[in-house]
Ligand binder design. Structure first.
Ligand code: ZN
Ligand code: ZN
Length: 248
């Protein structure tokens, strides 16, 4: 499995490209405002993407979708290479996508019709098992964020969890549960600071005090959705950086 980090920034950050990544060249996770910039900078072929996963409907995760749709429409029209996306996310995703495309380019723009014809939307909740990446079983888990937010894990043919994505959340039972499966790699929201008066996001302190005790040295954590990049003093905690390839 290859996980390509496109961006590592949270909603407010000191100039980082926003949080997004691609798995095996086919699954794009999150479409933040700068998604097309990140796609081009990292030489991702839009035509290789067949599935888009959006963890929740905050702007730093979805406001780039109209620009991706516009680019896909022009690519399709220009090359006649058939392009279509399965777009997966929480309840309300399809309506939000339509509203964003109409707000950005109006319903008269042919990209709106293209989206209606070539994109399918599916809702996730904690009982869904959508197909995200070939050869892997998906599990979805609900996180503790301000609005409905879902992370996912991918298990290989031997039922071992290779990868988990823990999107925006504070520490909660489902984070505990997914870590008990000892994923080989966890890409995790580390937007929080240890001294946050009311935690909204996870922090390195949460990893040190809780997560690492559960995974017992078997899991590598890549921190993303950051305010700023960090230097880790913990060997199994790594700062995810744009352009980084995580291969496993
Ligand atoms: Zn966010
Ligand atoms: Zn959020």
């Amino acid at each position: 499995m290859n996980i390509k980090i496109l961006g590592n920034g949270g909603a407010i950050n000191d100039g980082l490209p926003y949080n997004s990544f691609v798995i095996n060249g086919t699954l794009l996770c999150e479409t933040p405002p700068d998604i097309m910039l990140s796609i081009h900078k990292n030489f991702i072929e839009l035509s290789s993407i067949n599935t888009i996963y959006i963890s929740h409907l905050h702007g730093d995760h979805i406001f780039g979708l109209p620009f991706l749709i516009l680019s896909a429409f022009f690519f399709h029209a220009g090359t006649n290479e058939k392009l279509s996306f399965k777009i997966i996310g929480p309840e309300g995703l399809e309506m939000m996508a339509e509203n964003l495309v109409v707000s950005a380019f109006t319903s008269k723009h042919p990209c709106f019709k293209w989206m209606k014809e070539f994109c399918t939307f599916s809702k996730v909740n904690e009982t869904s098992r959508p197909h995200l990446v070939s050869g892997f079983q998906t599990s979805i888990f609900k996180l503790d964020h301000l609005i409905d937010t879902y992370g996912f894990s991918l298990a290989n043919e031997d039922h071992n969890v290779d990868f988990a994505y823990v999107a925006d959340t504070r520490w909660c039972e489902s984070v505990h549960t997914v870590l008990r499966s000892k994923p080989r790699v966890v890409l995790i929201d580390l937007n929080g600071k240890d001294d946050d008066p009311e935690p909204v996001h996870l922090s390195i302190g949460d990893l040190r005090r809780k997560a690492i005790l559960i995974t017992d040295g078997e899991t590598k954590y890549y921190g993303t959705h950051l305010k700023e990049e960090f230097n880790s003093t913990i060997s199994c905690v790594i700062c995810a950086k744009p352009g980084m390839d995580i291969n496993l």
